[in-house]
Design a protein around this ligand. Sequence first.
Ligand code: ADP
Ligand code: MG
Length: 460
Amino acid sequence: MTKTPSIFECQSCGYSSAKWLGRCPDCGSWNSFIEEKRPKGGEASFAQSGAEAVPVRLSEASTESAPRIGTLDAEFDRVLGGGIVPGSLILLGGEPGAGKSTLLLQIAQSLQKEGQNVLYVSGEESVQQIKLRADRLEDLHKEVPGKNYDIYILSESNFEHILSASEEVRATTLVLDSVQTTFSETLDSAPGSVSQVRHIATRCLNLAKSRNLTIFIIGHVTKDGTIAGPKALEHIVDVVLYFEGERRQNHRIIRAVKNRFGAANEVGIFEMTSRGLIPVRNPSSLFLLERENISPGSAVVCALEGTRPLLVEIQALVVATQYGTARRVATGIDYNRISVLVAMLEKRLGIQMNGCDIYANTAGGLGVDEPGADLGIFAAILSSLRNRPLPAHTVLMGELSLSGDVRPISQAHLRLRETAAMGFLKCILPAGNLPLVEPVDGIELIPIRNVAEVSDLLFG
Ligand SMILES: Nc1ncnc2c1ncn2[C@@H]1O[C@H](COP(=O)(O)OP(=O)(O)O)[C@@H](O)[C@H]1O
Ligand SMILES: [Mg+2]
């Protein structure tokens, strides 16, 4: 009798090792290794499935591909880069309560209307619960005269049973809610373990490619990362979507972190209502607070998220450190970027910052990690430090180099148009962009070259 080979895997990041380790060399977690059994007959892989593949000449390769399928939801289509590519494997991650099940139930019904045959499988909810949610959803996602939104639903967590059910109803789209509650009989380990989660995702990939089946898998993300999370799956799937930002707010931001068929970083913005997730018409307005009485430390930037410009308010608070080392706390902005900008304040403007705590965040919970926002973050910190507000109706854009120069930004014209559309009157932008942009009605352009000029311009 052959013994099943054992392997030890980190439950936080999926790092595997032949022996037990106290600390994961990859993610640094302590005591996170548990023993996993390999599947009988080896781990499934994409290459193993179906008939043996034969090499073809590049020139002879078929480029015929099915057109993308629209989901009747412009925001969701935008995140995917213009609709769903048939036969793709899409992972949707987010914290519990973010709206993953709601969104995919809506999308499932939309796809059914577009002629797909959808099977929605839940390992977490009963058929009655799914039906109750569907009844509550916006009619938009259901009733179109002459179009059928009647999807198949199934409450099941055994992966082998799910596969035969999908075969039986001849599904062309499969939704798996969630990958952590689904288990395969071929593995001994518990549902939700790294090996189960990875095994199921790999088999889904096989299935998607060999049968041209579009598969959505839902993955839970927890803040402490105790459950084998979607992070371990990102390299397997074609598209990774995450719910971003605060769940306590009414709106939800979905970001494409990876997309084999479109631009990464594309965002979709929805409002969570009792009737489901509704696309937000004018997203920039969500990220701008009351603009009439501007307080010190607030700056508006125009960030390019994917292909869409969004106006976002950056807030900074600079206070004297009470005791110990100075604190730097950032939400929605990269912590390291703050450190670089603070170093620039010290070196280029000669301001001592080591006695100051700095708190910085974006309004509305949108993550901004675009270099074009540098100038705005810099100005917000400076404004709080000086305790003087920035000029009203003004948007800042520009990337800062370590030398303190303001570098040109991409897509300046697109950003200017959004700025004008949101009723702003002035734009402080890199001098390098000026010769290239066409003037936009109603916007005064103020070019600047370096951080010293910014400081003079704003605070004299
Ligand atoms: N009856 C309801 N009315 C309004 N909102 C609801 C209702 N039921 C659920 N929700 C919203 O839906 C969210 C849960 O969505 P769900 O799709 O189940 O999340 P997930 O699958 O990501 O855990 C809740 O956070 C809540 O805001
Ligand atoms: Mg759910």
